[in-house]
Design a protein around this ligand. Structure first.
Ligand code: ATR
Length: 279
């Protein structure tokens, strides 16, 4: 027997703004694929009472939430239990409620990006020299899974060098050295370059020396859109291939879905459908 919308397990996403969110479409697609009885809604988070809104959602029987800009750090603060990757990131994008009423927080952005790069795009990160552009919340959320993917070195470059240095200090491990740099002073070339700045949003490109790209360098932009981002266009002019972050969006959602439902939906179909819808 199919469940009515009232009987379906309730999930949702909090953000502000939230209108643009594709999460309901993505999670309803996964639910249909895996035959899970869920209802997923968008909620406009209130800047003053976000924490109370989350508590009320769970008190009313809600099973799980995604959290997006600008609430990821505040959601981190309200959790009773955190995954180790969330502790490292200092932010969460996925919440679920335990049997005892504890709120558990995790971050799936980084693992989503690694799956997109390594599985969907067949790029190995093992023993690669990786350059990460940006040192904001988005980059903080991906550094641990990136480091765990086994690159030989990671350089974090940012407009504000002190922020890159803070991340390098936090995530550095002897097995995978992480160093900080300004854009202009980057030295040498890289196998993989990941853009985690929000510069593309303004149509800007970080002032990178062309020498960071060599034959075979592969470039990834965590942003996506109908047109290739400014960063990807720049990479193309220097002969580098790459991808935008549409697949990351779908993969991070798939990981949230797995945490909630213990089912791993196939993502390829949806990525292709969303790509078609963009054009
Ligand atoms: P997010 O959550 O998307 O990471 P954020 O925490 O505000 O947002 O971080 C934005 C990142 O993009 C930062 O690394 C920022 O550089 P600064 O730390 O120097 O502010 C970077 N950024 C934003 N606009 C940029 C631009 N026009 N050129 C280069 N870097 C830019």
């Amino acid at each position: 027997m199919t469940k009515t919308s009232i009987e379906r397990d309730q999930y949702g996403v909090f953000g502000n703004p939230i209108e643009h969110s594709k999460s309901p479409v993505i999670h309803h697609f996964f639910a249909e694929l895996t035959q899970q009885p869920i209802q997923y809604s968008k909620f406009l988070g209130d800047l003053d009472s976000f924490e109370q809104q989350v508590k009320t959602f769970f008190e009313q029987g809600g099973k799980g939430l995604n959290v997006t800009v600008p609430f990821k750090e505040r959601a981190f603060q309200l959790c009773d239990v955190l995954s180790s990757r969330a502790q490292q990131a200092g932010a969460v994008n996925t919440l679920l409620i335990g049997k005892n009423g504890d709120i558990f927080g995790d971050t799936t952005d980084g693992v989503g990006m690694i799956r997109d790069i390594c599985d969907n795009h067949s790029q190995s990160l093992t023993d690669k020299r990786v350059l990460v552009l940006g040192a904001g919340g988005a980059v903080r959320g991906i550094l641990e899974p990136l480091r765990d993917a086994g690159p030989s070195t990671i350089v974090v470059a940012n407009r504000t060098l002190s922020k890159a240095q803070a991340l390098a200090d936090h995530f550095h491990k002897q097995t995978t050295p992480i160093t900080a740099s300004a854009f202009e002073t980057l030295e040498g070339h890289f196998d993989v370059i990941i853009n985690g700045t929000s510069a593309s949003l303004d149509g800007d490109l970080p002032p990178l020396p062309d020498s960071v790209i060599k034959t075979g360098t592969w470039c990834y932009d965590m942003m996506y859109g109908k047109e290739p981002t400014v960063f990807l266009k720049w990479a193309q002019t220097l002969g580098a291939n790459g991808s935008d972050g549409l697949g990351m969006l779908v993969e991070q959602a798939a990981e949230s879905f797995y945490l909630w439902r213990m089912q791993r939906p196939d993502t390829c179909l949806l990525i292709q459908k969303m790509r078609d819808d963009l054009s």
